[in-house]
Design a protein around this ligand. Sequence first.
Ligand code: CA
Ligand code: CA
Ligand code: CA
Ligand code: CA
Length: 441
Amino acid sequence: MTRRAGYVAVALGALLVFATGCEWFAPAEPAMVTPVPTGGCVNTQVTLVGAGFGASQGTGTVTFDGHPATVDSWSDSAIVARVPLLPTPHGAPDDVTILVSADGVAVGSGVFTVVRGILYFAERAGDYVLCLMNPDGSDPSDLASGVGGVTSAAWSPDGTRVAFSRVHEPTAGIYVVDADGTDEEQLTNRASFELFPAWSPDGERITFQTLRDGNLEVYVVDADGGGEENLTQFPLEDCWPSWSPDGTKILFYSRRGGIIILGEGAPKITPNNLEVMVMNADGTDMTNLSHNSATDWLPSWSPDGTKIAFQSDRDGVGEIFVMASDGSNPTNLTNHPALDGWVAWSPDGERIAFVSDRDGNYEIYVMNADGTGQVRLTSNAEWDAGPTWSPDGTQIAFESHRDGEYRVYVMDADGTDQTRLTGESSGCPVWTESRWVVVRP
Ligand SMILES: [Ca+2]
Ligand SMILES: [Ca+2]
Ligand SMILES: [Ca+2]
Ligand SMILES: [Ca+2]
């Protein structure tokens, strides 16, 4: 009996060793964690619902695709964390893995969808603050503020950084800040007025306009500072540069129409006008694309780089034209006696949102990229402007004064479901590539 019991004890011991061995070689999967909400941009507050996290954080960590998240609170069944800085290439949503670890052991895992948020400017005490919010208006956060305010925000191509201009009247410089509001860096340090930063598609360089040489010139600077270069070197305005989608060219507009250069020395300028210009990204091969004695300005690449939309008053009233990227086939898309402008290409290049006062006040419209199918999207007596498309092309964010103050709104791309996103005085939303010249009445 004793001997028999001994065999049983040995057998049980072997079983235990075997079972423990199994655990060593095949550790249990971390428990499923449910994030609430299931998607959002950087800084979004996410509640991770699960079990067995431990009563307090201690040495516990939460990562999104390996990037540590800030933890706001921690309990055994719920952790509240903030989405860390993660790339959103071209604004496309990306599923990432959340991993919760406690005392070095993975105790929870889940999936979260990272999206590109909407940049905007809030007006506080007369200054402008650069802010970021989710596409539904949740989790607004301040990225940059300061005396004099900020303007001209531009997403880096991967969505991890934002270039902007900080204004200290009468000067303004180009800055870059991480999209979580950290690591702000001043790229240009001149007593000048520098605006409209635009990223190269590889995120390496930024082009901008500056008055540092006494007239407006287009410059480039490395995205981490240094390597500044004057690309235009022309005595009149060179403005509003943007990089071609393939990174080889820079588009801008310039007051160089009708110029005659006589002999040596400084050029003599005849009556002149604005022209749409393009140059290689190193400043060579400067080409006038518009060649018209009227004002041609505010050019904008189609997403595939084959076409350029621009504003022109060559027919006497502001119209939106489109031409091939070599300047051929300029076509009036709007053909309307009212002012039409502020082009925003849809991400697929099939449609163009724009602003017009053709119905008595500024409203947002959309048309096919060939000018057909023009449809008014907003309809109220107040200012509606600044359309910027969602990366998937299904929605348009914009600013409106319809509720007695400038605020940011969003609507479906067919104009339905118009929803206010911001509570404070704010405007100039930037979701994808659209850019702004603020010309509020
Ligand atoms: Ca110039
Ligand atoms: Ca012209
Ligand atoms: Ca017009
Ligand atoms: Ca309106």
